[in-house]
Design a protein around this ligand. Sequence first.
Ligand code: ATP
Ligand code: MG
Length: 721
Amino acid sequence: MDVSSLINTLNDAQRRAVTAPSKAMLILAGAGSGKTRVLVHRIAWQIQVEGLSPHSILAVTFTNKAAHEMRDRVEKLLKFPTQAMWIGTFHGLAHRILRRHASEAQLPTTFQVMDSDDQLRVIKRLLKSMQIDDKKWPPKQIQWFINAQKDEGLRAKHLSHNGDFFLEQMIKLYQAYEVICHRSGLVDFAELLLKAHELLRDTPELLIFYRQRFRQVHVDEFQDTNKVQYAWLRLLTEGKDNLFIVGDDDQSIYGWRGAQIVNIFNFQSDYPNHELIRLEQNYRSTAHILQAANQLITHNSNRMGKELWTDSGAGELISLYSAFNERDEAYFVIDRIQQWLEAGTLKKEVAILYRSNAQSRQFEERLMTEAIPYRVYGGLRFFERAEIKNALAYLRLLSNRNDDPSFERIINTPTRGIGTRTLDSLREFAKDQQISLWQATERRINENFFSPRAANALKKFQALMQDLETQLQESELYEKVKLVGEKSGLIEFYKKEKEDRGEARIENLEELVNAARAFDYPHEEGETLSDLDMFLAHATLESGEMQGADADDCIQLMTLHSAKGLEFKQVFMVGLEEGLFPSGRSIEDVARLEEERRLCYVGITRAMEKLCISYAESRRLYGKESYPSPSRFLREIPKDCLQEVRFRANISQDTQRHTAKKVIKNSGLYHKGDKISHAKFGAGTILQLEGEGAHEKVQIKFRESGLKWLMVAYAKLERLS
Ligand code: ATP
Ligand code: MG
């Protein structure tokens, strides 16, 4: 058997990890050292050389995208399909197991997964029905409390308040929330994990079945597992020593969501016979980039400690740009991108990474103006758009009539004359009788409780759902999605909305039909999951990963969190300002600050060839103007890795003192009222001037193209008067 393709491209340590006989193993190594590569090659090795069936392999990764990539890469190495292998995220795999064994897990077979928005909606309704003031008990805080308990594996019944009033109330709410979710067949994200763990723990036959099935279990990004996830892995592999994990303590960035680095230590003591392999060569980045990352992370005290080296060349220095404000930052970044593209870089090799989703807008606007295609991961999530959620809510309610959040969402969308009084009374009745809103509607109609008008409107809604159900029965998944858009009246409804907005919404609904058409779920024999249920779960679990086709060549925009595990030739890390990155809330808290620093380490190490870091002297974000100082992380990067860049002009800045001394004043070239012409936008009049030197901008009212701000250094304006 020729196994050279599996090991030829590995270094010694990697090869040892890939070819080791079955045992518990920990690959602990820094960014870009080939951890994911080792994991992929090991799976292929086990199938090809050890003779394992793909059916007996379980692999957990962090995103759906990573899971797809991993399967592709294994298939490329093996040259045959591996449908039977289970690869996915913890949430996706937990969902799969719960669907297969819903009754053992005490879930209705029609259960639906709800995202955090829906979860919040349920909590708000709960507070209202219990007449609890949501000012004193903010729904978000309750949501956070519930999820944190679940991540720790705790149900309301496990908690005690010891006379603490706050805790007492929280536990009471948690309990009531559990009852509602159970009644409506709704499962939140944290519940998926907790339930999947309880299911295996409490059903010995199933545990034995899965233990026998999964002969090898692999986990990427292990540093970001939480307590329940680890407990679940432990159940599956206890006593078998077949758990293979790769991770990097320096890249643990989900502490705020319950991840605990301590799992790495737990693994070491729970699997005393494990082998630890360290990888030290970085294959991803040039030396300057790597040196910056290595140096930055030494400022954290809580580390396992490791050093990475590379034998690739020094490469370019890291560019540092001090922007005048957030718009200037976006101008600069897009300008650079244009230069890189002209020099032959592909768009998909360029990423803009930011700390907070709200930062993406400025870049999106510039990219749109310049007609450069881009794709935002997360943030502007496709599946979170109102019109998409509305269409999905119809489908969800069709699948499970007791799904109250979906009922609430569409009962009056499009409007069908059901008043708030009628709805309130339904809610009240549902609560008293401990039934769902749908059931409450049925009962109240039978009892002739409502006025004929209200009853009629409700009956129409019932009839619509009934009709839809009949019409959808025999159709393909994408036809179902299409029919729902049409028959529910949603499309009609959006047609009436203001032109652009309504049109965009309809386009999105069309995109949803496309997504359904492209949806391909690897069914296994004997699996009885309906395509619709799988699609709905997919929409909830994987939101944000559906925009545009992966293969499209476009600029990649994402938060630093979602960049984990990925790599790009050229990276912009933007908004390095105190209060933004590190975030405001982390500044006072050492543990959180260290997590922010790890996030910065993750950001730097995404770059292969070029890294460009920027910060703004003033920033408008969330509707507020601030004048932040540059991020402390900039001072933690060695000076000799950095190169300050100026945006097309000679302005001198002293970044060490982080005060900008502008030497050039307003060019004096333009004045308010000047008539100019621009190559793309045509003729216009200058309304305002702002900034100076390289940052000098003018606001112009163009005859054809409306109001625009342009950089003087750039715009190549021609004076007309
Ligand atoms: P991260 O911590 O960011 O997840 P990682 O440790 O998982 O990184 P990989 O993504 O597996 O690292 O590898 C980083 C890059 O280095 C990839 O492009 C990979 O193909 C390349 N690489 C890894 N090992 C080797 C090797 N032995 N020879 C050549 N290239 C390698
Ligand atoms: Mg990786």
